[in-house]
Each structure stands twice: as C-alpha cells, then as structure tokens.
Write a protein that binds this ligand. Sequence first.
Ligand SMILES: Nc1ncnc2c1ncn2[C@@H]1O[C@H](COP(=O)(O)OP(=O)(O)O)[C@@H](O)[C@H]1O
Ligand SMILES: [Mg+2]
Length: 378
Amino acid sequence: MIIKGLELHNFRNYNSLTVDFSPSINVIYGKNGYGKTNLLEAMFLCCVGKSFKSVKDTDLIQYGKDSYKVKTRIDNNICKSISVFYERNKSKYVEIDGAYIEKLRMLFGNLIGLVFSPESVRVVTDGPAYRRRLLDIALCQIKKDYYYSLMMYNRFCEEKGKLLEQGTAADPIEMESLNENIALYGASIAVDRKNFVAQLNELAGKYYSEIAGERETVTMRYEPFIHSFSGAVNEGLENENRSVTERVKEEFLKELSDERLMKREREFRKNLIGIQRDDIGMFLGGNSLRNFGSQGQKRSFAIAITLAELEILRQKSGRTPVLFLDDVLSELDSSRKRKIIEMTGKIQTFYTCTEKEMMGAAVAGGAPVNFIDVEKLR
Ligand SMILES: Nc1ncnc2c1ncn2[C@@H]1O[C@H](COP(=O)(O)OP(=O)(O)O)[C@@H](O)[C@H]1O
Ligand SMILES: [Mg+2]
C-alpha cells in the first residue's frame, strides 16, 4: 500500500499544496512549526477519517477559512484516491475514487496507517483511555464490524444514561432492552479486544528484546471491565454449542441486571460497567511497567507495541500499512534507528525531523531516501 501523493487545500498552515512521495522512505525535514506533523495528520485523516491528535475537525481548517480538503493519491489494488472534505458546521464528506461514501466505516481498510510519535509513549505512561484508543484505531482498520459495534454500544449507553436520569420512574422494560443491546455489542467488542491484545502480547515481547536488548519478559494482558469476562471466555471454550461472544454477552447481561449495580447506576446516572472502562495491563519481568519501568524501558516498550501493531495490521489486512514516524529520530540512538529502519524495510514510511542529518547515518548504504524540505512546500 503506497501513498503516491498528497493534495491539500486550506488544511492547517497549507493554502494549497501538491506533493509526490517515494514508495519507500520519505523524510520530511524542517524547522519546528513549519508544518511537518500537519502533513502526516492529513494523510492519516484519509486512513480513518479523523486526526491522530484529539482535535475537532474545525481546528484543521486553515485560520480564517471555512473548509478544508485533503486528497491522497494511492497505489493499491483497492482504490486510487481518497478525499476528505469538511466545511465548518457541516458533516464530513469522504470520497473513494471520486465516489461519495455514506458511512465513515466504509472508509476503514482502504488505506491502513499507523502513527508513532513522542506522544505514543502515553499508551504506556498515561491513563487507560490511551490504550483503548490504540485498540479502537487498530481494530477499526482491520475488523469490518468493529466500528459499527462501538457506535451502537455508545449510542445505547447514551440512551441508558438518559433513562437513568429518571431514577426509579424509569421504565424497567426499556432498561432491560437497552442492557440487552449494551451486552450484545459490548461482548463483541470485548472479544475482539481480547484477541488483539493476545496477538500484541505475542509479538511485542520479541520486538522489545530486539530494540532494548534486554532479556526481561514483556507481557500485555487485556483487562476488561466486565467482571465475569474471563470465566465466560473459558467456559465458552468448553461449550461448543455457544460461541465465546454469546457466552460473554449472557454473563455481561447478568451483571448489568444485578439489583445492587442498578441502584448504584441510578445514583451515578450512568452505565458503570463495560468496555468503556477497559484497560491493558503491561508488565516487565512481572512488574507493572507504568510503576516500575524506567523512561527508556517505557519508550522501548512503546516502540515494540507499534511494531507489533504493524505486524498484526499487515497479517489481518493482507496488505502493508503505511507508517508515520513523527519526530522520533531525535529520541533514538543510532543503533535503534538502524534497527527500526531494518524492521520496517519494505514498508512506505514517513519520518519527520528538524535536521536532514538526523536520518543520514542510519540509512547509509540502505534503501533510497526521499528528502522533502518542508520550507519549500509552504
Ligand atoms: N488551523 C490552522 N490554520 C493555520 N495554521 C495552523 C492551523 N493549525 C496549526 N497551524 C500552524 O501549523 C504549525 C504547526 O505545524 P506542525 O505540523 O505541528 O509543525 P512541525 O513542523 O513542528 O511538525 C504552526 O505554525 C501552527 O500555527
Ligand atoms: Mg511536529
């Protein structure tokens, strides 16, 4: 999968831009604040329809303008171009090969992308929301029904929140039906997340020792906020008549229907259990990485997770994702740089950095590099 070029109109600091890329390594270099990250952001927007930063679409429109347009020209056997158009206060308009797509979920999988930046370490150091976001962005791109389940789950939780506002006056039949749907979509998401984390766990350990050169065992574990999840999964394996997901759904529904929980939910006026509170446990030699890992170990772990994700995205989609490495060259020593370049050899990669030389030594004698001076694009 290759991005051949990018066209921007009134996107962030770019008025109007057309740029071509190399199918292997692209290095976008230039001073801070010149618009390097903005280019990666625009390309990633064509992968999942959203920025990789947590920002609103209006923030992407150039100051003083009313709309933006981003178009990537692509070389893969699914499509040749993806365009995202957004006008202030209107809904987003996405086209694949010039044809409008009605649902955002139809975009996923056409162009698969993965971002790694200094912010990525937050997956390891910060709260569970960062880890759920990682799962959601990856799973949306490789699993057809994942985004739909997530939308439905959130919609039913929102409805339930409104019903809980009514306290004891809430219609129990309506509540039961909402819980039924929350359990249905929640179970499907939880099982997908569990499988994904299991794959991450298998690969991340291998990459960690390659990058960090340490022998300590690295483990990742899905920590669902459905208390009966593990029991249901294990029992589901023994009972061939019911799928694991069905089993999880049933147990989750039982939990949601518990009188004590329902009383607490009425007090808090929200849905208190479920996948919105999931987490991933990360351990180094059996100890919590977040509490005991050094800065360097956390950073290596974050890189290992990205490489593991890359491998899973590739396996599950049967295609090669595009990799965006924002500002990471300054943080890596030359042996790690070389390691990453070696491991991502056959993948189209976009690096950003402030000095052209940051890349130099690491690729000497290796793949050809397309250097792009961001100053010339402005
Ligand atoms: N909506 C916008 N309209 C115009 N300029 C913007 C907008 N959003 C960000 N910018 C500008 O983009 C620049 C930051 O771009 P960025 O890609 O993050 O730079 P860097 O090269 O450091 O990665 C800043 O100068 C900022 O003012
Ligand atoms: Mg930047």
